[in-house]
Write a protein that binds this ligand. Sequence first.
Ligand code: FAD
Length: 309
Amino acid sequence: MIDIAIIGGGPAGLAAGLYAARGGASTVLFEEVFVGGQAAKTPRIDNYPGFTDGIEGSELGIRMHDQAVRFGLDIRYEPVDGLDLAYPTKSVQTAHGCVLSKTVILSMGASPKKLNLKNEDSFVGAGLSYCASCDGAFFRNKEVCVIGGGDTALQDALYLARFAKKVYLIHRRNEFRGCKLLQSSVLAENNIEVLWSHVATELLGEGAIEGIRLRHIESNTIKELVLSGVFIAVGIEPRTDLVRGQLQLSTEGYIKTDEAMRTALAGVYAAGDARETPLRQVVTAVSDGAVAATSALEYLSTLKQAASN
Ligand SMILES: Cc1cc2nc3c(=O)[nH]c(=O)nc-3n(C[C@H](O)[C@H](O)[C@H](O)COP(=O)(O)OP(=O)(O)OC[C@H]3O[C@@H](n4cnc5c(N)ncnc54)[C@H](O)[C@@H]3O)c2cc1C
């Protein structure tokens, strides 16, 4: 039996792994794809302290990985498909078998929200993307659109403007919220055109994206754009299906914790974007991970003390 199982290798899980392994606990981190999580999908992280000129998201993930592995973190690239969090021994199930652990840190993060347009799934990889930094380079000299109005949508539009001939930014409101610097950069960019008060109603194309149909919210006017790519950036949703029914979740599906990252179940902690929290960023995810691992280490010492009495 291991001391700590960590589910998810984004910034929260990697920070938890660093603190747990460095704290002397036998720790296994399970990651289904690659370390770095959502952060690895962004070309530049400018607001993580310590990197004066910013850092590429994937590079930050690799550095966090290497640092945690230096202290003995065991990382296994296996998706977790089942969890039993009941007291006292927890079990983590993957296609390779079952690992028993005294504690579990849940850091499965979040994933992009869909628009739920007809045929949305069938266009993924055929001109439709939820990650501008992953797929933007495929659209060199093409016309594309970004749907959304938050900071991620603005960042995506700016990133795509470096490759694409033209970027339409489709926003359902008539003003942006969020970072003013990003807003002014978008509005100053020659090849970005903002289409205010528009919503997407249909993806157009035979087998691959060829355009999009839009509706103006106030006038109900319909407009069609001929496009090669559509990038959806309308927010994220938590990846907490694994624990539904075992733990208390918010109405949006985020895991509820106290400030020490403890859930209502003894020995079970949550960290990062999967948790109900006011800010979802790399800096808060790593902080959560460190706190969760510290709480898990404290719990392990109480178990040890109880066993020796
Ligand atoms: C496009 C984009 C740009 C961003 N830009 C910034 C920025 O500039 N600055 C900033 O601070 N933040 C930024 N963020 C937000 C930041 O990336 C997240 O807040 C942060 O990555 C959250 O870390 P996390 O570890 O909680 O979750 P995640 O990063 O979501 O990582 C969760 C990990 O868990 C894994 N996982 C999930 N389920 C399972 C399972 N069942 N089994 C195994 N593994 C599993 C996933 O594969 C993933 O690797 C950005 C996010 C996006 C999407």
